[in-house]
Design a protein around this ligand. Structure first.
Ligand SMILES: NC(=O)c1ccc[n+]([C@@H]2O[C@H](COP(=O)([O-])OP(=O)(O)OC[C@H]3O[C@@H](n4cnc5c(N)ncnc54)[C@H](OP(=O)(O)O)[C@@H]3O)[C@@H](O)[C@H]2O)c1
Length: 336
């Protein structure tokens, strides 16, 4: 059965209630299996997932080429329904390092030209800068995307990891479909100011890190070995005592999941789905098994008692450690 779609804000497209985040198929979570990645995209499309999220800097173009290959080899009907959301702006070096952000209008148009080529599409459905360029007013970056929309290369403007004030500034330039931002049982920072602002302005949320990058999926463990370059090797929440504390929270969640006959990951995803029709979780499944598990969350309804039990098991602010290393936290407009 096709899952009931959710609108991305008042001006964005209707999308499947879960999106597939493709990042981990190219970068940041260790080695990925290309054939399995493509099979996972196909399985997602087959299950009615219409939103695919990528970034031009995920594996320096690797992820967009992968999405292209997956869509090209998918049935025509599924390919035509797919919406591709692309992030740009992060600068890389030849060693894979990160060297800042570029949100200048000419750079935006340059990034878009390369993305269109790599994706093999004549337009990008939602286009957003991954992090605000501190040297370029957001109005200029969003203005450049608005020009790309006028020229037919992009359909909608999105935002990523910005705070309420920046959301308002961006929305004064062009309609914004969605804000992509971390939101999960253990990352609830958007609830105070950002979510009320997006709701006031009719902007949707695409929530990432719904499983906190696997930490609250129920599959992570103390002895999990991480490959060099795996984001989790540097993430404060995955270190030493923080990891122990956070995995203890997961065990509390597991008790509730087991009582309901669902998995921990399904509980965490269903909780985000329950937070509002304006929120679309992006799940970072890299295999068909993980995808099947994530899709199972769409059949879960949490009643008031279950929601209360979940919040008691994992109260807001319960996680140990920040969601990014300190240097990266400094680049998050959403945290200032
Ligand atoms: N705008 C931004 O700043 C930003 C930042 C980060 C990500 N994103 C986007 O959001 C997407 C999702 O983020 P994320 O990958 O960090 O999210 P996530 O869904 O919280 O974490 C994904 C990881 O969780 C593990 N996992 C365990 N069980 C799973 C299950 N049933 N389904 C899915 N994953 C399961 C997998 O790790 P193993 O495969 O190792 O088991 C997977 O790599 C990304 O792909 C990217 O497109 C955006």
């Amino acid at each position: 059965m096709t899952p009931t779609p959710r609108p991305l804000g008042t001006t964005g497209p209707l999308v499947s209630p879960l999106g597939l985040g493709c990042m981990g198929m190219s970068a940041l979570y260790g080695e990925a299996d290309r054939a399995e990645s493509i099979a996972t995209v196909h399985a997602a499309l087959d299950a009615g997932i219409t939103l695919l999220d990528t970034g031009d800097f995920y594996g320096m173009g690797h992820n967009e080429l992968l999405v292209n290959e997956a869509l090209r080899s998918a049935p025509t009907a599924a390919r035509e329904k797919a919406l591709v959301s692309v992030k740009f702006g992060a600068l890389r070096d030849a060693d894979g390092g990160w060297s800042g952000v570029d949100g200048r209008p000419a750079a935006v148009k340059n990034f878009a030209a390369y993305s269109l080529q790599r994706l093999g599409r004549d337009h990008i459905d939602i286009y957003r800068i991954a992090r605000v360029d501190p040297d370029v007013p957001i109005e200029e970056t969003v203005g450049a995307i608005a020009e790309l929309i006028e020229a037919g290369h992009v359909r909608h403007v999105g935002l990523s990891e910005v705070g309420a004030a920046t959301v308002r500034r961006a929305a004064s330039v062009a309609p914004i479909a969605d804000l992509q931002i971390e939101y999960s049982l253990i990352s609830r920072g958007i609830e105070d100011e950002i979510l009320p602002t997006t709701r006031e302005l009719g902007i949707g949320i695409t929530a990432y890190g719904v499983l906190s990058r696997g930490l609250i999926s129920g599959h992570f463990s103390h002895d999990r070995e991480l490959a060099p370059g795996d984001f989790r090797g540097m993430s404060p929440r995955f270190q030493g005592d923080n990891l122990r504390h956070n995995l203890d929270l997961v065990e509390q969640l597991r008790k509730i999941a087991e009582q309901k006959g669902i998995t921990v990951a399904q509980t965490a995803i269903a909780w985000v789905l329950s937070r509002g029709e304006d929120i679309v979780p992006l799940v970072g499944a890299r295999s068909r098994d993980r995808l099947t598990e994530a899709l199972g969350a769409l059949d879960v309804t949490l009643d008031a008692g279950e929601l209360a039990a979940i919040e008691e098991a994992v109260p807001a602010g319960a996680a140990a450690g920040a969601r990014y290393p300190e240097a990266q936290m400094a680049h998050l407009d959403s945290e200032h």
